[in-house]
Write a protein that binds this ligand. Structure first.
Ligand code: ZN
Length: 286
């Protein structure tokens, strides 16, 4: 199923995407769950009800009449792995890491699939097309074999990055955590509809020009290794997000570098998961 958080002008609603329409879970079953994290946490019990809502297709609205929000507006954790495609490691001038390189993106960086990416004055903002894994059952100290059962589904993500802030200190967290810099969506495709997350075409386009064009089969550390590794350190919980790395083709590695500017449109596409497209908006000087 494809699960979305949307607004039809009022409070955010949960929905199931059916082609070009969305069936409102919030209207059909208001007590089922109030947020997407809630729904994911209750999924073993709620799945049948949500499937019935999808099958009945009552209370549907045209996708064009609603605004899709970040599927999880305020994730508990957002983690992202660096240097996880060979061509991106090469363009970054770094050595292939022996250990997984992790950083956090602040929960407040979460952004909708079509909402603006903010560029502060003087900002050097870049895109990074990424497959995003959404944690479901989660857990602690998961083995690689147990990892698939811990993942709820997948989204298309853009690990937008303020490069100047990323590179001026050894820690990347601030440069990766600017508000609006974690757009994802357009909905969560549940894992049962993604038979192999390591065989998905992934692309980034800026104003229609293809900048990144790869496949998740090229991940250095795959999703299962990532889940196992992260969960060794911390408990993964329903609705946590894992940005799984970006392929080569970032703007900072172009010669000369090409950063995002006011009015640019960044589109990220992943086979079977849909696309997100965010306009870039220069913030006024304060
Ligand atoms: Zn990234």
């Amino acid at each position: 199923m494809k699960l979305a958080t949307f607004t039809a002008g009022g409070a955010p609603e949960l929905g199931v995407v059916l082609g070009d329409r969305v069936a409102s879970i919030s209207r059909a079953a208001p007590r089922l769950a109030t947020t997407m994290i809630d729904l994911i946490a209750r999924w073993p019990a709620a799945e049948r009800d949500v499937r019935a809502i999808a099958d009945a297709a009552a209370e549907t609205l045209a996708l064009s009449d609603v605004r899709l929000l970040a599927p999880i507006p305020r994730p508990g954790k957002i983690f992202a792995i660096g240097l996880n495609y060979a061509d991106h490691i090469e363009e970054s001038g770094m050595a292939k890491p022996e250990h997984q390189v992790w950083f956090a993106k602040a929960a407040t960086s979460a952004n909708g699939p079509y909402a603006p990416i903010e560029i502060l004055p003087g900002g050097l903002v870049d895109y990074e097309a990424e497959l995003v894994a959404v944690i479901g059952a989660g857990g602690r100290r998961l083995t690689r074999e147990a990892a698939p059962a811990a993942v709820f589904g997948y989204c298309v993500g853009n690990d937008a990055t303020e490069r100047a802030w990323q590179h001026r200190t050894p820690q990347w967290t601030l440069g990766k955590s600017f508000d609006t810099h974690a757009p994802f969506g357009p909905w969560i495709t549940t894992a049962d509809e993604v038979p192999d997350p390591h065989a998905l075409a992934i692309r980034a386009l800026v104003n229609g020009e293809v900048r990144q064009d790869s496949n998740t089969r090229h991940l250095v550390f795959d999703v299962w290794d990532q889940v196992a590794h992260l969960s060794h350190a911390m408990t993964l919980e329903a609705g946590d997000l894992i940005f799984t790395g970006t392929p080569g083709g970032i703007g900072a590695a172009m010669k000369p570098p090409r950063f995002l500017k006011d009015g640019d449109r960044v589109r990220i596409e992943i086979e079977g998961l849909g696309a997100i497209e965010n306009p870039c908006a220069q913030a006024a000087a304060s």
